[in-house]
Design a protein around this ligand. Structure first.
Ligand code: HEM
Length: 599
């Protein structure tokens, strides 16, 4: 009996152990195809200076759904209409979360804004406030006078500088910033006349920086254990820009609260900040809105609304300069529909299909977010038969979809005619054209964005004839999607030559023995090696992670570390416009824009 029971217990014990081992065995997952990852860096070495281009090239090789590894994170990329539909529609709820990133943490009050906040009650409430209060049809209509005044002010300034060279982007950023500031903050805040805490130029620089930092691939987001080193110096920059915004936003909130207190019972909310502050005092709100939430939300709207519209219009004008026949067709339409005696109004847009087609074609070929803002899988799921595990980051390559030859004839060609006579939707229903994304996380400001882009573009074409400065031909126009950091390259070259001139002088070539005296040149070499590592460097990193630390590593790596944190940064994934220096040669209409404040 005894031996029977011990045999029985032994068998039961063995069965339990076997079951336990089976459950611990790694599940065999059927992952989407993709390149083999390196230890530690994963596939980061395959990302070039324009990550959306690298991802596009990889997707041509691995297909409409592929898996990459960014450091320790799984990244799945969807780059076809079918995949976009799955991620943004069929399984949208599962992919409606955002990954945690340094940008979200450091620039948006610890994910308290709408863009980076995780899917949940806080985000839902923010979205509801936004859609019901700021972007409702009624609210947008009631703010039309602001768009008209600001547009007239822009046209007047261009009119006055006819024949002179000026950077178009500055004018465009000013108009969109002024529109959005007046809607959200109640006034421009950045007028020179205002006793402002920040100058307009400084504020635009802050927005540029914020836009860039929210689109960069921060290496610490992918390889968390080196995050503290802040190798590219991005986190430092994020903290710095965030501090500047905070000073500005504190001033804005104090002023708004001041008016509320002074007006007491008679107080009526007139702008978004007023509304948000009122909501912050509401005890019945589903999720408490704190002061930092009001600031994060306000900053989100300022940043989301300014650059995107300005960049889109700038691209459209750049494409038109390349193809004068488009300008001719556009002005024919404008002259026929509007005539030469007045400016274009928003209500004219349905009668200007060619102008609308130019704007949409600019969004197709130069999407502001060529890879949609990353999403994160909330649970394990299957897509196209492949396993996607919880926490996987999901990218949708709008860049690739907008160039898919299955849907677009001559996809690389700028051709507004392709939309003429067709029903076009850019509001997230047609998955081959997704400039504003789709689904739960789709851009909430699309209606305002479209109004500002179309209205500005129509009037720029209606009012003026454009040309490049005399020193440039249309072939000189660089239509590559530049990121701000690409534009920083000349600065690196300048610094490198400065060092060479200083150390070597102009009378001889560089010798090998000069290298220890050329730390900047050496650091460039190491930066390239770090970003595009060869096997040798990977091994070094694997064995001696400390060598990346500039205090303890060998001297050369130390220099790289110091260099990385100060001077070079990896390129962002957001498209910036081509920075047109532009000249108006003559004004097509004799009507000087009237800049009348509303009575
Ligand atoms: C031409 C103009 C614009 C373009 C092309 C654009 C594009 C986009 C895109 C592609 C996304 C990501 C969507 C996704 O993840 O699926 C987005 C998100 C967002 N946009 Fe826009 N946008 C524009 C104008 C605006 C304006 C005017 C505002 C506000 C004033 C705004 C505020 C936002 C916000 C807050 C989000 C984050 C939404 C969320 O995560 O829930 N955008 N935008």
């Amino acid at each position: 009996m005894d031996s029977l029971s011990s045999t029985y217990y032994a068998a039961a014990w063995l069965a339990t152990v076997a079951l336990l081992l089976l459950s611990l065995r790694p599940r065999h997952l059927n992952r989407p195809p993709g390149p083999k990852p390196w230890p530690i860096i994963g596939n980061l070495n395959l990302m070039g200076s324009l990550p959306h281009r690298s991802i596009h090239d990889l997707s041509q090789k691995y297909g409409e759904i592929m898996q990459l590894k960014f450091g320790s994170h799984n990244v799945v990329v969807g780059s076809s209409v079918e995949m976009a539909k799955v991620f943004l529609k069929t399984q949208d709820a599962n992919f409606a979360c955002r990954p945690k990133t340094a940008a979200g943490k450091h620039t948006t009050y610890n994910y308290s804004d709408m863009t980076w906040s995780p899917y949940g009650p806080y985000w839902r409430q923010a979205r509801k406030i936004c859609l019901m209060e700021l972007f409702s049809v009624k609210r947008l209509e009631s703010f039309e006078y602001i768009r008209v005044e600001e547009r007239n002010s822009m046209l007047k300034s261009i009119f006055e500088s006819a024949g002179k060279e000026f950077p178009l982007k500055d004018v465009l950023s000013t108009v969109s910033l002024n529109v959005i500031s007046r809607m959200v903050l109640g006034k421009r805040y950045l007028d020179k006349s205002e006793n402002s805490v920040v100058s307009p130029d400084e504020f635009k620089k802050m927005l540029d920086e914020l836009f860039l930092l929210n689109g960069v691939f921060n290496i610490g987001d992918s390889i968390p254990w080196i995050d503290f080193l802040d190798l590219q110096g991005y986190v430092k920059r994020m903290k710095a820009v965030s501090k500047k915004f905070d000073r500005f936003l504190e001033h804005v909130l104090d002023e708004h609260n001041g008016r509320r207190t002074a007006e007491g019972e008679k107080f009526v909310a007139t702008d978004m900040v007023d509304l948000l502050l009122q909501l912050a005092d509401d005890p019945n709100l589903d999720v408490k809105l704190e002061r930092h939430g009001v600031k994060a939300f306000t900053q989100d709207l300022l940043a989301g609304g300014t650059e995107s519209t300005a960049v889109t219009v700038e691209w459209a004008i750049a494409e038109i300069l390349k193809k004068p026949e488009i300008f001719k067709k556009a002005t024919e339409e404008l002259d026929r529909v509007i005539g030469k005696n007045r400016w274009v109004q928003e209500k004219d847009m349905p009668n200007l299909p060619y102008i609308a087609a130019i704007a949409i074609e600019a969004m197709r070929i130069h999407p502001v977010a060529p890879i949609l803002v990353p999403r994160r899988a909330r649970e394990d799921c299957k897509v196209a038969g492949y396993d996607i595990t919880e926490g996987t980051r999901v990218f949708v390559s709008v860049w690739t979809i907008g160039r898919d030859p299955k849907f677009w004839d001559k996809p690389e060609e700028f051709c507004p005619e392709r939309f003429i006579g067709k029903e076009v939707d850019v509001k997230g229903h047609d998955f081959k054209l997704l400039p504003f994304g789709a689904g739960r996380r789709m851009c909430p400001g699309y209606n305002l964005g479209l109004k500002v882009v179309q209205g500005t573009l129509a009037n720029l074409l209606h009012g003026f004839d454009w040309k490049l400065p005399n020193t440039m031909t249309k072939d000189d126009l660089n239509m590559d999607d530049l990121t701000k950091d690409n534009l920083d390259k000349p600065e690196i070259f300048e610094k490198a030559t400065e060092e060479l001139d200083w150390v070597i002088g102009k009378n001889r070539w560089v010798q090998e023995k000069d290298m220890p005296n050329l730390p900047y040149i050496e650091a460039i070499v190491f930066e390239v090696m770090l970003l595009h590592p060869v096997a040798q460097l990977v091994t070094t990193l694997t064995k001696e992670p400390k060598c990346l630390d500039n205090r303890e590593g060998p001297e050369v790596m130390g220099q790289t570390g110091r260099f990385l944190s100060r001077k070079i940064h990896w390129k962002g994934s957001r498209c910036q416009g081509p920075r047109l220096q532009i000249v108006t040669i003559w004004c097509r209409t004799k009507d000087v824009p009237r800049v009348q404040p509303r009575t």
